[in-house]
Design a protein around this ligand. Structure first.
Ligand code: ADP
Length: 412
């Protein structure tokens, strides 16, 4: 059975063959009008040319594409060989200048088919050339045979040298392809190792800074030191978030991202997460409101916290001072819906569908915020892996609503 890629190749070859046959016949018919010095039976040649064109149209256009493939191509080559034998016979026999036409189906078979079929076709060609030499004894038997030997030799030479060259080039191509694939694999492995290293080696010192900061905050420190330490705390938080994003991405890509599944109240997780972000909102003079009904969902509570935190964090980042952010939870059918609405900078309509792709950021020049453009991509992966969906509605300059759904626990 041929693969569909293999079949596509032969469908393409048929089209090329059809155009080529047409061109060969048109130019051939023009050239035999020249004073070539050999007797050519033109009516027979015209009939063969018309027959070949008719055959080519029926063969390529009327036979359904599902029959396209190596066998159909090979049968065509054999039929072509007989059409060429007739042309040779009526255009000078053993002395015909048109014997070179035998090269075409032989080379086609040599590069597109197996060795067995190539050998069979070149032997068939040799038999026809030999037959032509023996048939035309009147022209001088020994010179006919010598000419036939020369032609058979040239057919074998061109066919098998062509096949050899083609296979060599194909092999080199495959090797080159393999080297490229190996290189990509190696780069990916390095990337994974690098991210693994970051996650293991950096998380420890970051956690240590955080713990030490907590201790320092308990000390009796002056206002200035408090302010400085707060900045250090914020930056440590940001650094941790960015490292977490990189770790998540590497786990998503390597297929090692693990999710737990439990039943919990979405409202409680949302409330806790929002509480922890209140301070950043207050600092920007933003109102951060949360209302909504309790909804027991089946999901991974830590990952849900991560998603909510990302969405609220974005709302804070992309809303100007004195703005308002509202988070809400409600039930719809067998789904729990969480949404966060802001009256921030909004998102241009034409890029809304790209927001959830990897490394996508809107570079406006006016608002330059830190980030890798990974947060929403990770949110989408996490929500979808927990059986939900995530989407955005937004108006540029007016604000955005990011929403995600999760299956309610009763559904499980
Ligand atoms: P980043 O780390 O850049 O914030 P995200 O994947 O979280 O990455 O967000 C991708 C882009 O989507 C952001 O760069 C920003 O342009 C846009 N975006 C996300 N949330 C909002 C929002 N609430 N309001 C306006 N634009 C947003």
């Amino acid at each position: 059975m041929e693969t569909s890629i293999e079949q596509k190749k032969f469908i393409k070859l048929e089209l090329i063959g059809e155009i080529f046959t047409g061109a060969v016949i048109v130019f051939g018919l023009l050239i035999i009008q020249l004073p070539l010095g050999v007797s050519i039976n033109k009516p027979v040649i015209y009939t063969v040319a018309a027959g070949v064109i008719f055959f080519s149209l029926v063969w390529h256009q009327l036979i359904p594409q599902k029959f396209s493939g190596a066998v159909k191509n090979y049968i065509e080559s054999i039929i072509d060989i007989f059409a060429i034998a007739t042309t040779v016979h009526f255009s000078g026999g053993p002395n015909s200048y048109l014997t070179f036409l035998y090269f075409l189906p032989n080379i086609d078979t040599a590069v597109n088919m197996g060795l067995g079929r190539t050998i069979i076709l070149s032997f068939l060609t040799s038999l026809l050339i030999l037959g032509e030499a023996i048939f035309n004894v009147s022209d001088g038997f020994s010179s006919n045979l010598s000419l036939a030997a020369l032609r058979i030799w040239s057919i074998f030479l061109v066919t098998f040298y062509g096949r050899f060259l083609f296979l060599q080039v194909k092999k080199l191509d495959e090797e080159e392809q393999k080297i490229k694939v190996d290189k990509v694999r190696e780069i990916n492995k390095l990337k994974e190792e690098f991210v693994f290293l970051i996650s293991r080696k950096f998380i420890f010192p970051i956690n240590s800074i955080k713990n030490n900061l907590k201790t320092l905050f308990r000390e009796n420190i002056d206002k200035e030191t408090f302010k400085t330490l707060k900045i250090v705390e914020q930056n440590t938080q940001r650094l941790k978030k960015q490292i977490d994003d990189l770790v998540n991405i590497s786990e998503i890509e390597s297929g090692t991202l693990k999710l737990e599944s439990g039943v919990f109240n979405l409202k409680e997780v949302a409330k806790e997460t929002i509480e922890s972000l209140k301070l950043s909102a207050t600092k920007k003079n933003l109102e951060l409101e949360f209302s909504g009904q309790g909804a027991r969902v089946t999901a991974d509570p830590l990952r849900v916290r991560e998603v909510i935190s990302n969405l609220i964090d974005n709302a804070i980042k992309y809303t100007n001072e004195f703005g308002r952010i509202e988070a809400d939870i409600y039930k719809k059918g067998d789904l729990a819906i969480f949404s966060v609405k802001d009256d921030g900078i909004g998102i241009p309509k034409e890029v809304a569908s790209n927001l959830f792709t990897k490394f996508f950021r809107i570079e406006s020049g006016k608002v330059e915020k830190e980030g890798f453009g990974l947060g929403l991509f990770i949110c989408k992966e996490l929500v979808e892996r927990m059986g939900g969906k995530i989407w955005v509605e937004s108006t540029l300059g007016k604000g955005s609503i990011f929403t995600f759904s999760l299956p309610l626990a009763s559904r499980a």
